[in-house]
Design a protein around this ligand. Structure first.
Ligand code: TZP
Ligand code: MG
Length: 219
């Protein structure tokens, strides 16, 4: 369903909204409240990213998110933890270059669930061309302060280069603001992944509005 939806350029999948626990905490926002706001705004592709929680906490939160975004409503991706995807009934997992091997993650997930992998250059993206992933992420496109150990920026050229070697779904990430979203899409990204620019402040109406703004920009 994901492959078909993204290939058809379904507008709601052009925004890959990352619900990052730490960024929410910094804005005094509860991840559940943000999830409800995003659902209302039309967000349909969400990654839950939590570098703070232990397993129990992570599972509890993930199950709450699944209850907010029902299976037939939205795609939910769990960052870093393919081993916990089944337990929270997420749609898939996202792994980095250093997390684990793609094949190992695929074995944990089974054939049906989604698997995405981060890459930081066109060469790394090329290596995923024949691997068993559903999408490849390329970034950081621009400078970001959200990820402490971020790789060097690849710029819009990096997105273009990754696009040139990657026929499958391509997600661009890193430092992408409202004003850049369309350019990133024009550089070849099927979907634009955003953390901090989706959370302008602690006000939930502002959160809803910003998500709507991104979706409108990416149509
Ligand atoms: N991977 C590469 S950049 C990044 C991650 C998780 C952080 C993106 O966050 P922001 O706030 O949209 O720059
Ligand atoms: Mg990771």
């Amino acid at each position: 369903r994901f492959a078909r939806a993204i290939a058809a350029h379904e507008p709601s999948l052009r925004l890959y909204a990352i619900l990052d626990r730490e960024t929410c905490a910094r804005r005094n926002l509860d991840i559940r409240d943000v999830a409800v706001a995003w659902l209302g705004a039309g967000v349909r592709l969400v990654q839950y990213r939590d570098k703070l929680a232990g397993d129990d906490d992570l599972l509890r939160n993930a199950r709450d998110l699944r209850a907010i975004f029902p299976r037939d409503e939205a795609f939910l991706i769990l960052n870093d933890r393919p081993d916990l995807v089944e337990a929270c009934d997420f749609d898939g997992a996202h792994i980095g270059q250093t997390d684990q091997e793609v094949q190992q993650a695929r074995d944990l997930l089974g054939p049906q669930r989604l698997l995405g992998v981060s890459t930081h250059s066109a060469d790394q993206a090329l290596l995923q061309r024949n691997s068993d992933v559903d999408y490849v992420a390329i970034g950081p496109v621009f400078a970001t302060s959200t990820k402490a150990d971020a790789d060097p920026v690849v710029g819009l050229c990096g997105v273009q280069a990754a696009r040139a070697v990657m026929p499958g779904p391509l997600v661009a990430i890193g430092g992408i603001g409202l004003g850049d979203a369309r350019a990133v899409e024009m550089a070849g990204a099927d979907s634009v992944a955003v953390i901090s620019a989706l959370l302008p402040g602690s006000d939930l109406d502002g959160v809803t509005g910003r998500a709507q703004d991104f979706l409108a920009r990416l149509k």
